[in-house]
Design a protein around this ligand. Structure first.
Ligand code: INI
Length: 184
């Protein structure tokens, strides 16, 4: 299978005639721009596993600034743990934020607590996004060890906070572009 076939057809290696026909189809593609100017972004950050969460927060703030979000348009609220992120996200979404970023780290212990906390955080955050229509980004690391979490909080596997910050900017702009009655 050629690289060209994969990218043009999503995994199907089309014959050259079909491939050419597909490439001739040019739908309008709407993507959220990575331009944070004028956007209001809210961050809910858990305190539990603080050393990891602080790195996630730092990554998110640096990325928002890089993308042009003004400091005065950014708000950070702290919650005790990842379990509390959904209700904070709900209230932040109601303040008129263009997007909300939820940051936390749930690290597996020896009890099923991990599964309850991680599941509630993920489900709750998804529900808030669906119910409010405000993008809510899930920047909660779920790992077996603290080392794995740190690797994803500015270590060798990037920074989930920064990733969610750029996702928040993209989604906020996408939602603005898709407002009812507006031709994107
Ligand atoms: N909260 C976390 O954010 N990460 C964890 O790893 C964690 N563990 O393992 O217990 C955790 N627990 C606290 C939880 O989020 C709530 O704050 C607490 O249960 C009170 O509702």
């Amino acid at each position: 299978m050629t690289q060209e076939g994969r990218s043009a057809s999503g995994g199907h290696d089309l014959g050259s005639a079909a491939g050419a026909a597909l490439r001739a189809i040019r739908p309008r593609v709407v993507e959220g721009r990575l331009d944070g100017r004028g956007l209001r972004i809210a961050i809910a950050c858990a305190r539990f596993n603080e050393s990891v969460c602080e790195r996630l927060l730092e990554g998110a703030l640096v990325e928002l600034t890089r993308l042009g979000v003004r400091t005065e348009d950014t708000i950070v609220v702290r919650v005790p743990g990842a379990f509390e992120l959904p209700v904070a996200a709900l209230h932040l979404a109601r303040t008129g934020a263009d997007a909300v970023v939820c940051l936390g780290a749930v690290i597996r212990g020896e009890t099923p607590h991990f599964d309850f906390v991680a599941g509630a955080a993920a489900g709750g955050v998804a529900r808030v996004a669906e119910q409010t229509g405000v993008p809510v980004l899930f920047g909660v690391l779920t790992t077996d060890t603290q080392e794995q979490a740190l690797e994803r909080a500015g270590g060798r596997y990037g920074n989930k906070g920064a990733e969610c910050a750029s996702g928040a900017v993209a989604m906020a702009n996408l939602v603005k572009a898709l407002r009812p009655g507006r031709t994107p």
